[in-house]
Design a protein around this ligand. Structure first.
Ligand code: ADP
Ligand code: MG
Length: 321
């Protein structure tokens, strides 16, 4: 039972528990030459794609469950950053061999997140080669809610969700550049392996945020993307950068700050809000127990990013080339 069609049938053509409008909009899913999908007339289609390659985007001993979670999660995070709701995804999977135990775990991880976030697998491609996972996600966007990188204005407050730097610390532990106790290790490694896309937060802020990006390359690098696209600069209060308890108690606080500012893979949302909308938004978000922190202000008279304390940036975010 190793032919391509039985693999697809067994591991990728599953039944969904939660069926939302995007499920009913699948006219034709897995099994034909292509999927046929209906769009609601008042929504725009948002499309993104991300590839994870073994040894580049995840270490070789990463569990298939975590790989699947991350491959889908990074795409969900892109949809969240745009202000879109998840609808469908496709999966291009390249495998060195047919390993049923691997496929079962991978499929379980994918199915769990797919069910949880109501994003439906509508097709894909299965090939042989070095392990590589490409997921293309599609979402629905109310055009009035789009959050572009280019929308930041002079005087807007800059917010970040959750805490940053934990995934970078997790990677440093796996690569034996950092030593933590077992509890702290699992906290950081799970931030690295099981990123949680901020979809609920996106739904709360998308009506009022002026610009938004998800932090995949590092806070400084991703803030720079917003600033460049908006032709603005920013002032950042270093003491306001939210650190997790694990990073707060690192002996080397300079290192902790470096992880927070330049480490990638956090998948938090970094967004700007005009002052008149900020108070209401903060109240709304706090009522739902979603952590956001104001870390600075957009300033057209600043070139790039100005920090209120000296910071040593080890590297300027993650570079792919
Ligand atoms: P074709 O040869 O027409 O490109 P395939 O034989 O590659 O079609 O795929 C058959 C069907 O299975 C298609 O509907 C395709 O979308 C789906 N499919 C293939 N691989 C995957 C996968 N890894 N996950 C989900 N669906 C898949
Ligand atoms: Mg075909």
């Amino acid at each position: 039972m190793t032919d391509e069609f039985s693999i697809i049938k067994k591991y990728f053509d599953w039944r969904y528990q939660a069926r939302f409008p995007a499920f009913d909009a699948i006219t034709l899913g897995i099994g034909d030459d292509a999927a046929v999908l209906d769009m609601p007339s008042d929504k725009q289609l948002v499309v993104c794609v991300d590839t994870l390659i073994e040894g580049v985007h995840f270490p070789e001993d990463t569990s298939p469950h975590a790989i699947a979670h991350k491959a889908l999660s990074v795409n969900l995070s892109d949809l969240a950053a745009m202000g879109a709701d998840p609808a469908w995804f496709t999966l291009a999977l390249t495998l060195p061999e047919v390993d049923e135990a691997w496929l079962q775990e991978f499929s379980n991880g994918l199915k769990a997140l797919s069910n949880q976030q109501a994003i439906y697998l509508v097709g894909g491609d299965t090939t042989k080669g070095k392990l590589s996972i490409t997921i293309q996600a599609m979402g629905w966007l109310d055009p009035t809610n789009v959050m572009k990188r280019s929308g930041a204005n002079h005087g807007d407050y800059i917010y970040i969700s959750g805490t940053v730097g934990d995934a970078a610390a997790g990677l440093a532990v796996l690569q034996q550049r950092l030593y933590l106790n077992p509890y702290d290790t699992s906290e950081c490694v799970s931030r690295l392996e099981y990123p949680q896309a901020r979809l609920s937060l996106s739904r709360l802020i998308r009506g009022s945020a002026s610009a938004c990006i998800d932090v995949s390359d590092g806070l400084v690098a991703d803030l720079s993307h917003i600033l460049n696209a908006s032709q603005m600069g920013a002032k950042i209060n270093v003491s306001q950068i939210p650190l997790s308890p694990v990073l707060k108690k690192l002996h080397n606080q300079q290192k902790a700050l470096e992880y927070a500012l330049t480490g990638g893979d956090d998948y938090e949302l970094l967004f700007t809000v005009k002052p008149a909308d900020a108070l209401l938004l903060e109240e709304l978000v706090q009522k739902r127990n979603m952590p956001i922190t104001a870390i600075g202000i957009v300033d057209k008279n600043v070139k790039g990013i100005e920090f209120d304390e000296d910071v040593a940036l080890g590297r300027d975010g993650y570079r792919h080339f």
